[in-house]
Ligand binder design. Sequence first.
Ligand SMILES: [Fe+2]
Ligand SMILES: [Fe+2]
Length: 236
Amino acid sequence: MTHQAPDTQPAAVLPAASATTRPRRLSPLDQLLASADNALRTLTPGSTRGQRANPAATTLGDSTPADSHQARHIAGLMRVNHTGEVCAQALYQGQATTAGLPHVRRAMEEAAREEEDHLAWCEERICELGGTPSRLNPLFYAMSFSIGALAGLAGDRWSLGFVTETENQVVRHLDSHLNQVPLEDERTRAILEQMRIDEQQHATTAREAGGAPLPAPARRLMGWVSKVMTFTTYRV
Ligand SMILES: [Fe+2]
Ligand SMILES: [Fe+2]
């Protein structure tokens, strides 16, 4: 039985913003307030609204597993994915804060807006499964914002390369979750499958925008950080 994501239109993340369009200049205080606003909205359950419809809405009925143990496991997986999207918000915001070129900064902010869909969808599914978002989200937001800001300081090529590597790792992570979610749980699978399509597109677009391949030690370090996040937020 194959499962087709109901909405296979990729999010247009990291658009090829033209360097010739005139950027709106934000003062450092504006940027600080915008970052604080994003952090509050990201970390306050129920305050993020996706722009696209939740892919689960096109599935039939409630596909929550009858087995309570399995439902808890899937809620745990979605909590991990939700924290991943919290981190995505923070990473893009951090990168936008220190991006050198205005069109790269705008592209990062646009990417963060489009990741809000994933954040909202994951949160909705966690609630349906009777779970709650991770209590560690503020910690991971702060950590990811700092990492994003450092990536931005390293230069736009490296910052875009960081996006490519992050999204590639997210795609592999989503594959592992799709292998664990039963075919009957169409609502969870619909969300994960659309997210996978989007994240793959984010990686491709960042690479085509000039992202440099990261050295192997940096890729390994990112993988370890991701494992720590996955291990802890599944439980807390
Ligand atoms: Fe995402
Ligand atoms: Fe993404």
